[in-house]
Design a protein around this ligand. Sequence first.
Ligand code: ZN
Length: 257
Amino acid sequence: MIWDTHAHLDDPLYSEDFEEVAARMKSAGISRVTNVGCDLPSSERSVQLAQEYDFIYAAIGIHPHYAKGATDETWAKLLLLAKQPKVLAWGEIGLDYYRDLSPRSIQKQIFIQQIMLANEAGLPIVIHERDAHQAVLEIVKAHPPKSGGVFHCYSGSWEMAKVLMNLGFYLSFAGPVTYKNARQTVEVAGHAPIDRILVETDSPYLTPEPRRGKRNEPTYVREIVKKIAEIKNLPFEDAALQTMRNAEIIFNTRHKV
Ligand SMILES: [Zn+2]
């Protein structure tokens, strides 16, 4: 039983062999996947996938890359999607100062607006952040998510992780924790309490070792569990079960699914 808490299975890279990807993941013990939206069409597609497949759950939201395209109509549609069954989180939202595809002032404004919408909808948030550690911290301190949140593909410092956990965040680890240069991320995973850790693939991106560079898929979340188990000196099954339980808590599935 493993929960891949962040994937994009609506990506066209799976259009040829989606059923095979799903079958492989089932036989590998991956029992749940959260499919995460980045814009309105992928959020709608995430909800649709959650309706079609029992193992898929949805997160909906506007990624900072697409912040500049959001309008009042976008929010109205997302609020309706948020009420659909199996929609567990609002995301991915945040700041991306690495690619800067939307102006930073708009990224900030849209991020704050979505934290408030998530609060209104009663959903935890899923944060995407690149090269914007400080700015994200300032925003979540000033506008704390009421239902907590997940920091996706965590790459920040241990100092920042402590602040985030105090605000109710879970730290989600992806492929980069398996990379050779991942010293800081491994250190954070080592310090973080096991009951605050989630695992994810971010499929089709961020493929873990030993397949780095190829297309990712939920089956490979096993590599992340393996790494967390190794860092924490736990049996694989314990790391799998604990991260699954953590996901059940932050995504509040006992009441909703
Ligand atoms: Zn993602």
